[in-house]
Design a protein around this ligand. Structure first.
Ligand SMILES: Nc1nc2c(c(=O)[nH]1)N[C@H]1C(S)=C(S)[C@@H](COP(=O)(O)OP(=O)(O)OC[C@H]3O[C@@H](n4cnc5c(=O)[nH]c(N)nc54)[C@H](O)[C@@H]3O)O[C@H]1N2
Ligand SMILES: Nc1nc2c(c(=O)[nH]1)N[C@H]1C(S)=C(S)[C@@H](COP(=O)(O)OP(=O)(O)OC[C@H]3O[C@@H](n4cnc5c(=O)[nH]c(N)nc54)[C@H](O)[C@@H]3O)O[C@H]1N2
Ligand code: SF4
Ligand SMILES: [Mo]
Length: 684
């Protein structure tokens, strides 16, 4: 007997789709978008249409495993859950006794976006008083901190209001790949005659669908934003009344920064013609109903904070914040006042040592007093996706490190584990969701029973808590009983919602209030000038000069890395689907025809990407979808799929100016023909 279950997509994606999952016993037959939910609008993306293959993948880890070969070899033997948990408990207790709890590190991230499965494992480590992960620095911490410093901890424009926009500017986001339900809305506006402008170094799917694409140089967005403001000031197109009332530092910014960026200088930095900069400014200045979708890719550079802040100021310059159809969209979640503390910080010491997510390698190799002796990794594949994976792998190879990895499949990271534990996928769990690119929330029930011996993140965190003697209530309750706590002590619109309404598994909109002029900064205004940044010795107002370290590297290396999300892949989370692996194709490096010709390289060649830090072997695609001087590498792929290694061998663990985030794109390199042996298939 088949039945259809209303579930929520848990992938790390802004859309938070509502799904209809057709199930026969413990098998999923089909997944589709729920036609009754307005944002999802009846379709799931190309990836999630295949999620049944991930759930039922032959690559699933079926039982707990214990290492039998050297670290990294991937040799394991099956053991029982009891044996695995006994060993973990014994080792952890001994390490805590000898070195204290800070010798443990929980390293759990975002591939289950349910608020309980995502955060309870970290809540467990918080309660235990271990070293604490500053999570998200591999992804968007620069975006969050720079936004908060500029607008305060408030959400962004509601994507549903795009229906009223008169101009849509997509600034560095491959919306068709990473936010496809927003693209659907954008297309609808486009059909109504609204122009869509795309500012992106890559002529990707989204750029091809836009009316106008500006192929900006990587890492030069602050200069472009400042250049637009320069033209608006020059032409008297600024909303001075709005700026005087709602912003801080405008006059000083105009004098000290804006004046120094005339279009000719901006053209030189960004690689865009003066006429295009003028035209873009004129378009942007012509309407307050200008919807700006700010992507995050552009912040993954040394001065990512300047880029984010400069672009986020633009709507204030024309008075577009707070206007329906105008403003900027980045992360919606800021204005949802849920009380997540019961799961994220159930108990535990006020302070503990902190470890930056992007610097796992360094933490494993250099921390002392105490060194990290035990590592628990879940929902994360740092041996592929972190910057400086050579350091990560060296750290994971430490013989004296006790590593546990919890994952539905055998990953490059899990190969280094002492114990591997089989995890469920999201469709085998229940959880509470709230979007980060929408203003919807939903409670999702279990669609199918756990496959094989898999345990959910919640079940594992609760059992570990019991064994380690933690007594917080959250370690005993099922998700259904935990999520109502998020509404106790909530603020704003969330506080007025009865959580019981979510038990029918429908999405509910948490319509934002006062997004616009109600800025959450210390001054209550949009802070072009930030006192907090001045105190840290950083430029208090957004500046447009490139980072001197990048200029130095650019003199030594002819190419700059551009790294983008895969279309049929979400980082490495889809290794379990053969169909999607094939659709994505071989892991590629894309070079402009002139760059390929200069090196005597041809499409399909195996190529070696290299710099001072390391190398990666990929397959060459030759295309003018990027400019000369750029090496584009889409996605991050496991070693078994590449010619050799991975792109993050070449990326350093240097951090952004604001928010201590990874800077993959401040990587400079060269490319040559692959000469070494292609990597033999990964060890069994
Ligand atoms: N299909 C798919 N969807 C995903 C993911 C995935 O891997 N695959 N990942 C998920 C996750 S974890 C996240 S964080 C989000 C990713 O969300 P984002 O990081 O916001 O993704 P994009 O906005 O597409 O960022 C990459 C885009 O930025 C452009 N870009 C790079 N550098 C620059 C620059 O210097 N200036 C400008 N103007 N543009 C630049 C790239 O060319 C690309 O089009 O997507 C989520 N959704
Ligand atoms: N060069 C370069 N590197 C990047 C980026 C880039 O643009 N360029 N992007 C960065 C970004 S934005 C991000 S967010 C990171 C993402 O990096 P990761 O967080 O490492 O993302 P995934 O590769 O998706 O790994 C998630 C793992 O979680 C597992 N998993 C899935 N569901 C569950 C579950 O319910 N429980 C458990 N325990 N495990 C589960 C999956 O099988 C997978 O192995 O990568 C970053 N790395
Ligand atoms: S678009 Fe995003 S939220 Fe929607 S089904 Fe795909 S991955 Fe999930
Ligand atoms: Mo991310």
């Amino acid at each position: 007997m088949t039945k259809t279950i209303r579930a929520t997509c848990a992938h790390d994606c802004p859309d938070m789709c509502s799904l209809l999952v057709e199930v026969d016993g413990d098998r999923i037959l089909k997944i589709q978008g729920d036609p009754e939910e307005p944002f999802t609008d009846g379709f799931a993306c190309a990836k999630v249409n295949r999620d049944h293959e991930v759930v039922h993948s032959p690559m699933r880890v079926k039982t707990p495993l214990r290492r039998t070969g050297p670290k990294g070899s991937g040799r394991f033997e099956p053991i029982t859950w009891d044996a695995a948990l006994d060993e973990i408990e014994t080792r952890w207790k001994a390490i805590i006794k000898q070195h204290g709890p800070e010798a443990l590190l929980g390293y759990c991230y975002s591939s289950h976006q349910g608020q309980i499965n995502r955060h309870l494992p970290n809540g467990f480590f918080h309660a235990l008083g271990t070293s604490r992960l500053i999570a998200g620095t591999v992804c968007d911490s620069c975006v969050d901190v720079a936004w908060d410093l500029t607008l305060g901890g408030v959400g962004c424009a509601d994507p549903d209001t795009i229906d009223e926009s008169e101009l849509i500017v997509i600034w560095g986001c491959d919306v068709k790949s990473v936010n496809v339900h927003l693209w659907q809305k954008i297309e609808r506006r486009q059909r109504a005659g609204v122009k869509v402008v795309m500012i992106d170094p890559h002529r990707n799917r989204t750029a091809q669908g836009a009316d106008w694409h500006l192929p900006i140089n990587v890492g030069t967005d602050a200069a472009l934003a400042i250049g637009i403001v320069h033209v608006l000031v020059r032409d008297g197109k600024t909303d001075e009344a709005y700026l005087a009332k709602h912003t801080l530092g405008w006059e000083q910014w105009k004098r000290e920064v804006i004046a120094k960026f005339p279009p000719a200088r901006v053209a030189e930095i960004t690689g865009l013609p003066v006429a295009d900069i003028e035209r873009l400014a004129a378009m942007y200045g012509a309407t307050k109903k200008s919807f700006l979708r700010i992507g995050w890719g552009m912040t993954r550079v040394l001065r990512g904070g300047q880029a984010m802040r400069a672009v986020a100021v633009l709507p204030a310059v024309t008075g577009a914040y707070g206007v329906r159809g105008g403003g900027a969209m980045s992360v919606t979640a800021g204005s949802m006042g849920f009380n997540f503390a019961p799961v994220r910080k159930p108990s535990g010491p006020a302070q503990a040592r902190q470890v930056n997510h992007s610097r796992l390698g360094e933490a494993l190799l250099t921390l002392k007093d105490p060194p990290i002796q035990a590592l628990f990794i879940a929902s994360n594949n740092p041996a592929v996706t972190n910057p400086d994976i050579q350091a990560v792998r060296k750290g994971l190879s430490r013989e004296d490190l006790f590593t546990v990895v919890h994952d539905p499949v055998m990953t490059d990271t899990a190969r280094y584990a002492d114990i591997v534990l089989p995890a469920t996928t999201y469709l085998e769990t229940s959880d509470f969701f709230r979007g980060y690119g929408t203003y919807y929330m939903q409670f999702s029930p279990v669609a199918v029973a756990p496959q094989g011996e898999a345990w959910s993140n919640v079940r594992l965190a609760q059992e570990l808590a019991r064994r380690m003697g933690l007594t917080d209530e959250v370690f005993r309750l099922p998700p259904e009983k935990i999520f109502p706590k998020f509404f106790e002590g909530a603020t704003g619109v969330v506080a007025r919602i009865d959580p019981k309404r979510l038990l029918d598994h429908r999405a509910i909109k948490v319509a934002p209030e006062g997004v616009g002029q109600a800025f959450g900064t210390p001054s209550g205004k949009l802070e072009i000038y930030s006192e907090a940044l001045a105190r840290q010795g950083l430029p208090p107002m957004p500046v447009g000069e490139p980072d001197p370290r990048e200029l130095e590297d650019a003199k030594r290396w002819p190419l700059r890395l551009l790294t983008t999300p895969g279309y049929f892949q979400a980082h490495t989370a889809y290794v379990g689907s053969e169909f999607l692996r094939k659709r994505e194709g071989e892991p590629l490096c894309v070079l402009h025809p002139n760059d390929a010709a200069k090196r005597g390289l041809h499409a399909g060649d195996k190529v070696r990407l290299f710099n001072d830090r390391g190398e990666a072997g990929l397959v060459l695609k030759v295309s003018d979808e990027i400019r000369e001087g750029v090496a584009l590498v889409p996605g991050q792929r496991p070693e078994a799929e590449t010619v050799h290694g991975g792109i993050n061998n070449l990326c350093s663990d240097a951090l952004t100016d604001i928010g201590a985030q990874a800077t993959y794109q401040s990587t400079f390199l060269d490319v040559e023909k692959w000469s070494g042996p292609a990597r033999v298939a990964a060890a069994e």
